[in-house]
Ligand binder design. Structure first.
Ligand code: HEM
Length: 203
């Protein structure tokens, strides 16, 4: 993570707007165990099961938008859902079912806000992966949190450059609104998932 350029105005605004929403996520009872040394396999499965639906909705939104605006951005090589589903399958866990709809206006600003959230989560993923690798119990399936591995920082920088190149200033507001909305939708879904009986190992 050397040679980090100073954040652009767009990046600065996205980071500022999502600072508190990010705090709510990385302190959420469903996700907090991921960075603890006493993480159980059940807690690990709970977190993946709870993350699934919002990633599914956000990626579907991105792919639909890019299908209408072809050539804009290659998201196919960045999809995270297949890895998440592979990890859930290896744990024999099912996703927490859908109960909230994520929506955003189909604009370039929304695309950037949603991609910011999805791509930025790979940074936290690296942090989490380091903890998972140090756990005493048998190796966990961790394709999702491994993400782009050593390429994570470079791919993050590539995304930020893309965002600055394609997002006009008058779309910055929409970008921050979409990012805040996606963080909020995920938190609402995690809150719901943590109610009794929403998550738990498959029988
Ligand atoms: C336990 C859960 C999480 C932890 C521990 C965590 C941790 C982190 C850390 C350490 C960074 C900074 C990485 C760096 O600068 O090297 C980061 C950045 C980020 N995370 Fe998370 N994260 C978590 C969950 C999430 C989730 C669920 C999302 C969204 C779906 C998310 C979105 C982001 C974004 C957008 C950034 C980039 C911030 C920036 O602009 O610099 N994180 N996270």
């Amino acid at each position: 993570m050397t040679n980090t350029p100073p954040p652009s105005e767009l990046h600065r605004r996205l980071r500022q707007a999502t600072k508190l929403p990010h705090h709510f996520l990385d302190h959420h009872p469903v996700l907090l165990p991921l960075i603890r040394s006493d993480l159980s396999i059940v807690q690990y499965g709970d977190a993946l099961a709870a993350l699934h639906d919002i990633y599914a909705q956000a990626e579907a939104w991105v792919l639909e938008f890019l299908a209408q605006n072809s050539g804009l951005f290659d998201y196919d090589s960045r999809r995270k859902l297949p890895a998440l589903e592979a990890d859930l399958g290896a744990l024999r866990r099912s996703p927490v079912e859908n109960h909230i709809i994520f929506a955003a206006s189909p604009t370039i600003g929304s695309l950037i806000g949603i991609l910011y959230t999805l791509e930025g989560s790979t940074l936290g993923g690296q942090f989490i992966a380091r903890n998972l690798n140090e756990l005493p119990h048998a190796a966990l399936p961790m394709r999702f949190f491994s993400g782009y591995g050593e390429l994570t920082w470079q791919r993050w920088q590539d995304f930020l450059q893309f965002a600055d190149a394609v997002c006009p200033i008058d779309e910055y507001e929409r970008a921050t609104a979409a990012a805040v909305s996606l963080f909020g939708t995920l938190k609402t879904h995690l809150d719901w998932a943590s109610w009794p009986n929403q998550i738990g190992p498959a029988n």
